[in-house]
Design a binder for this molecule. Structure first.
Ligand code: SOE
Length: 379
C-alpha cells in the first residue's frame, strides 16, 4: 500500500497542467512506488481561475497566496510553476518550511539567485528537483545509455537546436499570462533560459561539462506592448541565440535557438558524432533514436532508426506493447517516478538544484559572451 505524497502546486498554466497530469498518472503506471501523489492544493492569484483549475484537475483545495500554501502542514512538496522571477523567493520560503521542492526550469533568473536556492535546500536538507523533462524521453535516455557504454567512443561534436516561430509578429505582447516569457523582468532572458537551457541540460548530461562559450544573440522586435502596464516598452530578451563551446572532454559544441524560425513550432534536435558512431534525435519524432555504428560490417553499415518502444528500453516496460508510441507528457510522468524512487532509495534523482545550477552557469556565460563579444569561461 503506497503512502500519500501531498502536492501543493503553485501556478496553473501550461506547465502546471503538464506536471499535474504526471502526478495523476504516475501511481497507475509505476504502482510499485512507495509514495503516491495526492493533489492537495493549487495556488494562483486569481481566485476564480485557480478554483476552475483545481476543480477541473482534481485538487482538493485552493490558495490565492503562495505563502499560505507553503505554510500549510498538509503539504509535503511544493511545485513551482510560476514565472522565473518568482522561483527564488518561493523556493527559499518552501525550504525554510521544510517542504520538498519540484521547480520548473530554468532554476532561476541567474546564477546568483540559483546559488541562494541551492544553499536554502541544502541547509534545510529537503529533496529538490528541476523539471528538465527531456532527459526522460526514452529515446534520449537510451542515448545516454549508449554513450555511457562507450558505443560512440571519443566524442568530437555535439550539435543541437531548439527552434520555434511564435513571436515573429510584433503584435505579440510581452508580460502577462502566456507571454511573460517575452518580458525580461519576469523571464530573466529569452530563448537562452527558456529553450537553450533544455539543450544545455541534455548536453551536460550526455557529454559532460562545458569549459567556455562564444555566443551571439539578437532581438528582432525591440519594442512590444506590455500586457500588464498597457504601454509599449523596450524588449529586453534575446529572441535568438547561437553559441559555440568547448566541452571539457575536448569535443566541440554548436547550439542554436530562436523563436523566429518560420515553420518550426518546437524543433528540438541533437546530433552527437564520435569516433565509433553517431546519434541523432528529433523531438518531432520523439520515439526514434538514430544510430550510426561504425563497428558494423561495412556491407550493412548505415544509419539505423531505432523505434524506442521495446520493453527493455528505458521506461517502456511501464507502458503499452512493443511498437506503440508514447508522447511528450510521458517524460513528466517518468520524472515524477524517478523523483519518488529517489526518495525511497535515498539516491536523489537528477537534476537537483545543484546540478541545474550548472546549466544556469552556462546560460549566464552565454549571455555574458554575447554582450562582450568575447569567449567566456563557464564559472
Ligand atoms: C516555450 O514555448 C516552451 O513552452 C518552453 O517554456 C518549454 O520549456 C519547452 O519545453 C517548450 O517550449
Amino acid at each position: 500500500m503506497s503512502e500519500p505524497f501531498r502536492i501543493g502546486m503553485i501556478g496553473y498554466g501550461f506547465m502546471g497542467r503538464a506536471h499535474t497530469n504526471a502526478y495523476k498518472r504516475v501511481g497507475d503506471f509505476f504502482s510499485d512506488l512507495a509514495l503516491r501523489p495526492v493533489l492537495q492544493a493549487a495556488c494562483g492569484r486569481k481566485a476564480d481561475a485557480v478554483k476552475a483549475f483545481a476543480d477541473g484537475w482534481g485538487y482538493a483545495s485552493c490558495e490565492t497566496d503562495w505563502r499560505q500554501l507553503v505554510a500549510r502542514d498538509d503539504i509535503d512538496a511544493v511545485d513551482i510553476c510560476v514565472p522565473n522571477n518568482m522561483h527564488k523567493e518561493i523556493a527559499i520560503a518552501a525550504a525554510a518550511a521544510n517542504k520538498m521542492i519540484l521547480c520548473e526550469k530554468p532554476l532561476a533568473m541567474d546564477v546568483a539567485e540559483g546559488e541562494q536556492m541551492c544553499q536554502a535546500v541544502e541547509s534545510a536538507g529537503v529533496a529538490n528537483m528541476v523539471w528538465y523533462n527531456y532527459r526522460r524521453i526514452p529515446a534520449v535516455t537510451l542515448a545516454k545509455a549508449l554513450i555511457d557504454e562507450g558505443r560512440l567512443g571519443k566524442i568530437f561534436h555535439f550539435r543541437t537546436n531548439f527552434l520555434q516561430d511564435w513571436t515573429i509578429s510584433g503584435e505579440v505582447p510581452q508580460g502577462g499570462a502566456g507571454t511573460w516569457r517575452l518580458d525580461s523582468s519576469a523571464a530573466g532572458s529569452g530563448v537562452t533560459g527558456d529553450l537553450l537551457a533544455h539543450c544545455i541540460d541534455t548536453a551536460l548530461w550526455l557529454n559532460g561539462s562545458i569549459a567556455d562559450v562564444s555566443a551571439m544573440t539578437e532581438t528582432f522586435v525591440t519594442e512590444r506592448l506590455h500586457a500588464e502596464t498597457g504601454e509599449v516598452q523596450p524588449v529586453g530578451i534575446d529572441d535568438a541565440c547561437t553559441f559555440m563551446c568547448h566541452f571539457k572532454n575536448e569535443s566541440l559544441g554548436l547550439f542554436e535557438s530562436t523563436r523566429y524560425a518560420r515553420g518550426h513550432k518546437a524543433l528540438y534536435t541533437f546530433e552527437i558524432n564520435g569516433e565509433r558512431g553517431s546519434l541523432r534525435w528529433d523531438l518531432h519524432d520523439l520515439n526514434r533514436l538514430e544510430f550510426f555504428d561504425y563497428t558494423d560490417d561495412s556491407l550493412v553499415r548505415g544509419w539505423r532508426s531505432i523505434h524506442v518502444t521495446e520493453g527493455e528500453m528505458p521506461y517502456m516496460d511501464r507502458w503499452w506493447v512493443p511498437g506503440l508510441s508514447i508522447g511528450y507528457e510521458h517524460s513528466f510522468v517518468h520524472q515524477v517516478a524517478d523523483f519518488l524512487k529517489g526518495l525511497e532509495t535515498g539516491e536523489p534523482s537528477q537534476p537537483d538544484f545543484r546540478s541545474a545550477l550548472e546549466t544556469q552557469s552556462v546560460c549566464d556565460a552565454v549571455l555574458k559572451s554575447a554582450d562582450s563579444k568575447a569567449w567566456v569561461s563557464v564559472a
